[in-house]
Write a protein that binds this ligand. Structure first.
Ligand SMILES: *Cc1c(COP(=O)(O)O)cnc(C)c1O
Length: 359
């Protein structure tokens, strides 16, 4: 076996301890004679796996009983439709902040259901900053405000939470569990699992219970939060194996000391990488200092004619998936929770060597 360092933006690296545990239990889960993949989701065994995972997530994030936690399919992208369908509640307008490619997709999909009021946009700035809150033009009558706390492609992250008078909705796909957040400030938090939670195919939605029960009447049942909340996410077959894997990841985070300890480690990793880039005259990162993502670090080389060599040689050095998103080019190192400090050190050593040979 030869596991390499994986900087993929998603599906992303999983903690090795979690993979070993899953491997160990793959054929026979806790002497029950079958795999988790083969269990009825209504069996006592799976229900205990599901309940433990939810309880661990609630403990890690400090999610109160005022919120339902849903374990769904469909990806974060499906939530781009589910959010307006569940939250418009008879209104015809919603507020959206546009800070990057994922914001844009959410805005585009919401536009099928309502008027979108774009309260602020950094598009003219090539999405390299976050518009100052005092410049936002929030429609106070709109049903909710949606934003993307971490733009996975542009590498732009909010380190503050907007304070608004309507339900606050956040696509936390690439920042959830990277540090503590104040869940009570949000109406809905959603995240595709394949960055910091587990394998793809699972989507977590954390929804304040008073927002349930107001879905538009034509809402497909499988997009209706109330339907899933009433059924404990088992209205139909849930993404059972992903739910189990997420549970193993939650236990791994608890053992690592919870989100405060995880956040310290993530900050060390990100600081090292940005410091190296900033002090080099070969690499550059375009994002304003205060909004640099601690999860996704895009960077460019002094000459983009060297991109191909960088990718070939980094891969040969055991550093996988450093290619930037096709929409922005350059490189991107995603340094989620499961990417170790050793992985970042190995990346820095390679980058220094490459710059020396080509600078
Ligand atoms: C990855 C990602 C998505 C898309 O998630 P899917 O599960 O593939 O639908 C949406 N938003 C953000 C911020 C992401 O990082």
């Amino acid at each position: 076996m030869n596991r390499l360092y994986n900087f993929c933006a998603g599906p992303a690296a999983l903690p090795e301890a979690v993979l070993f545990k899953a491997q160990n239990e793959l054929l026979d889960w806790q002497q029950r004679g079958l795999s988790v993949m083969e269990m009825s989701h209504r069996s006592a065994e799976f229900v205990s796996i599901a309940e433990t995972a939810e309880a661990d997530l609630r403990e890690l994030m400090g999610i109160s009983e005022d919120y339902a936690v849903l374990f769904l399919q469909g990806g974060a992208t499906q939530q781009f439709s589910a959010v307006p369908l569940n939250l418009l509640n008879g209104k015809s307008r919603a507020n959206y902040v546009n800070t990057g490619q994922w914001s844009k997709k959410a805005i585009q999909e919401a536009g099928r259901y309502c008027d979108v009021n774009v309260v602020a946009s950094s598009e003219n700035d090539h999405f390299s900053s976050i518009p100052a809150f005092n410049s936002w033009e929030v429609d106070e009558e709109a049903a909710y405000l949606h934003y993307t706390p971490n733009e996975t492609i542009g590498g732009v992250e909010f380190f503050w939470t907007p304070e608004v008078s309507m339900p606050l909705v956040a696509d936390m796909s690439s920042t959830i569990l990277s540090r503590p957040i104040e869940v009570d400030k949000f109406g809905v938090i959603y995240a595709g699992a394949q960055k910091n939670i587990g394998p793809s195919g699972l989507t977590i939605v954390i929804v304040r219970k008073d927002l349930l029960g107001h879905a538009e009447s034509m809402t497909p049942a499988m997009l209706n939060y109330q339907v899933h909340a009433d059924a404990g996410s088992m209205s139909n077959t849930p993404p059972a194996y992903g739910w189990y894997m997420a549970g193993l990841v939650f236990q791994w985070i608890k053992q690592a000391g919870g989100l405060t300890a995880i956040a310290e480690m993530n900050q060390r990793k990100a600081n090292k990488l940005y410091h190296f880039i900033d002090t080099s005259d070969f690499y550059a990162n375009p994002v304003e200092l205060a909004s640099r993502s601690s999860m996704n670090v895009p960077f460019t080389l002094a000459d983009d004619a060297l991109d191909k060599a960088f990718l070939t040689q980094s891969e040969a050095a055991g550093l996988l998936n450093l290619k930037g998103h096709r929409s922005v080019g350059g490189m991107r190192a995603s340094i989620y929770n499961a990417v170790s400090e050793d992985a970042v050190d190995a990346l820095l050593a390679f980058m220094a060597d490459f710059a020396q040979r080509n600078g």
